[in-house]
Each structure stands twice: as structure tokens, then as C-alpha cells.
Write a protein that binds this ligand. Structure first.
Ligand code: FES
Ligand SMILES: [Fe+2]
Length: 356
């Protein structure tokens, strides 16, 4: 049995980017639940319904299912549902059976992300959703994408919490020797469910990813500060600056380039995860060349991880007698994240307290 991390159901997960949800039906599977997404004509509110018609279970996200105003008309025999999932029309008879409804799910649109709640709707509190304001704020430019990976989502959590792999897997892109050589510090806020992993590199090689985009030519100070809000939102606060240039006491940072790298880690099903990635910057925001470079380059980096995790999942699946891992210092953050994830599952998915 390959590695399988249990799902914490009573949590918010990113299901899509705002721009992906519109008047075309979008199908996506979150924590094993098939869902269909669209926006109302009336005010553009996102709607999330179970993606199986109650009649013969035709997927409502598939043609020729269509929208009729804000109602969704099953493409097989025409059962018609309103935005709450209540069936309001069936063919050939006046009476609509009382049980004719599909589930609808709590949904919140915030920071250009569509968050859904799969668990008990009574526990869905939008206040606890962690923020990623840089994704949707003036003064920031963001490139983004989403890659589905055929791997347990715990493998993606491991991957993102330990950036020493940049040196090897992403050598020549964002990896330089200093990343793997520099020890990390890890802080865990158990109550809020946040894992912080920091690596501050002084006098480091500037990786091509940053040299090309910032124009820095010499060596740099490079800071990577991870802030993982278990289970879904991963923020990497990145700062690069020429050696010797440090932020002022008042917080201003004349020579520093700040980049916010965001990942949303959303389990799709067993052994499947959606990898939402975004790179936001508050420098050279109108420079299309930089935008194009960062979009292409980061996609390449993401695909290096995707390829590695697909391979890893396959490999783990061939272990006939189970297996053991060997963890070292670099794994501290990843192990803390696993511990919090396991606790969330165990505690019946108590939602995280509001942090800020
Ligand atoms: S399966 Fe949807 S109407 Fe028959
Ligand atoms: Fe990576």
C-alpha cells in the first residue's frame, strides 16, 4: 500500500483561481468529492454543487449539461437545479420528488482564490481562511498556474517544507549550493496550525532565476521564510539583495527584491493533489519581459517537482513490504506539518483558530 495521507475534511481548501470560474461549467474533485463550479448571472457569485445528477449520476460539469440563467440543466435527461442544488424541474411530470437535490458547498472568494468547504457545513467559518493579499493587490504582479500531480498530497507538503532540494532538483534555476548548505530554523505554532521554516543565506550565489529578473550581477543575501498554514496555504517570503544591503530599521528595504511565492496544496483524491502555484513581485511590476521570464521559468521549476513526485509515488507503490524513512534536520518542518495534519484528522477536524 503506497503512502496515503488521510484528509482533514473540516478545513477550507482552494479549489480554483477566480479567473477559472465563470459561465462555463468547471469540474474539479476535492478530497474525493466531484464538484461543479460556475458563477451566477445575477451577481457573479460562485456556486459549488455536487457533480453528479441525482437521476442517473451524469456529471453536471460535462456537456451537454448547460446553464439556464442561474440554473443548471443536466445534459442527459434535463433535471434542473437551482443554485442551492434543489431540483426545480424534472421531465415528463409536474411533481418533483422531494429528495431530488444535489449537495451545495460553502464557498468563499478571496485574494483571487476560490475556497471550498467539504466537511460539515455548520462548522464552515470564513473568518479562519488564511490571507494571501499579494495575489490580488495593486502594486503586485503575479504569474500563476496549476498542475495536477499523481501523488499523495503529503509528498507535496514534504517537498515544499524542505527547500534544500532546490540545490539538486532545481539546480541551474533556483538552486545554488548555499540552499542545501545553510541550516534552517523551524518554529511551530501548534494552536494556529502554522509551521515556519527559515533559511537566511549570507553571501550566496545568485541563481539565474533571480539574476535575470532583478538584474543583480554579484553575490547576494538571500532569505527564504516559509509560512505554512496547514493544510492548504503555503507562503514563501523571499528576499534577495546584493551582499551588504540590509533592510533599514524602519522596515524599508531599498536594495531588496521581495517575491511572494504561494502554493495551495489541495488533495484531489487518494494519490492525487492539485498544485496551485503563484509568484508575486512588487518590483518591475510593469515589465512584461520579467513577467514572461518568471512565468516560464517557474513553470519549469514546478514541472521538475511534478516529475519527481509522480516518480516517487510510483516508486513507493512498488514497495512490497512497507518501508522506513530516515529523517534529518532539514526535515523538521515537514515532520511538524505531518504532525499537525494528523492531529487535524484525529481531532475530528477542529477548524483552526483565527490568526492574524
Ligand atoms: S442523469 Fe441527469 S437527468 Fe438523467
Ligand atoms: Fe521544488
Amino acid at each position: 500500500m503506497p503512502h496515503m495521507t488521510a484528509f482533514a475534511r473540516n478545513q477550507w481548501y482552494v479549489a480554483a483561481y477566480s479567473q477559472e470560474v465563470g459561465r462555463e461549467l468547471l469540474g474539479r474533485t476535492i478530497l474525493g468529492e466531484p464538484l461543479v463550479f460556475y458563477r451566477t448571472e445575477e451577481d457573479g457569485t460562485p456556486v459549488v454543487l455536487h457533480d453528479r445528477c441525482v437521476h442517473r449520476r451524469y456529471p453536471l460539469s460535462e456537456a451537454p449539461t448547460r446553464l439556464d440563467g442561474d440554473k443548471i440543466v443536466c445534459g442527459y435527461h434535463g433535471f434542473t437545479y437551482d443554485t442551492t442544488g434543489t431540483c426545480v424541474y424534472v421531465p415528463g411530470q409536474k411533481r418533483v420528488p422531494r429528495t431530488a437535490r444535489v449537495a451545495s458547498y460553502p464557498v468563499v472568494e478571496q485574494d483571487s482564490l476560490i475556497w471550498v468547504w467539504i466537511g460539515d457545513p455548520a462548522l464552515a467559518d470564513p473568518q479562519v481562511i488564511p490571507r494571501a493579499k499579494h495575489l490580488d493587490s495593486p502594486g503586485w504582479t503575479t504569474v500563476r498556474g496549476m498542475e495536477p500531480i499523481d501523488a499523495d498530497y503529503g509528498l507535496l507538503v514534504d517537498n515544499l517544507l524542505d527547500l534544500s532540494h532546490e540545490t539538486y532538483l532545481h539546480g541551474g534555476y533556483i538552486g545554488t549550493p548555499e540552499v542545501a548548505e545553510t541550516p534552517i530554523t523551524t518554529e511551530v505554532d501548534e494552536g494556529a496550525g502554522i509551521v515556519r521554516v527559515s533559511r537566511h543565506m549570507d553571501d550566496a550565489e545568485c541563481p539565474p532565476f533571480y539574476a535575470k529578473s532583478t538584474g543583480i550581477t554579484g553575490r547576494i543575501n538571500r532569505w527564504q521564510d516559509i509560512e505554512y498554514h496547514v493544510p492548504c496555504l503555503y507562503l514563501l517570503h523571499s528576499r534577495v539583495a546584493p551582499v551588504g544591503v540590509l533592510p533599514e530599521a524602519d522596515g524599508s528595504d531599498p536594495g531588496g527584491f521581495h517575491t511572494e511565492i504561494t502554493y495551495c496544496i489541495t488533495p484531489s483524491g487518494d494519490g492525487k493533489v492539485y498544485d496551485f502555484w503563484a509568484v508575486s513581485r512588487d518590483w518591475a511590476i510593469d515589465n512584461d519581459e520579467v513577467t514572461e521570464f518568471l512565468a516560464g521559468n517557474n513553470r519549469t521549476v514546478v514541472m521538475q517537482d511534478v516529475t519527481a513526485l509522480n516518480l516517487l509515488q510510483k516508486t513507493l507503490g512498488t514497495e512490497r513490504h512497507g518501508y522506513q524513512e530516515l529523517s534529518i534536520n532539514i526535515d523538521t518542518g515537514g515532520l511538524a506539518a505531518r504532525r499537525i495534519l494528523a492531529r487535524l484528522v484525529e481531532e475530528g477536524d477542529k477548524p483552526m483558530e483565527k490568526v492574524q
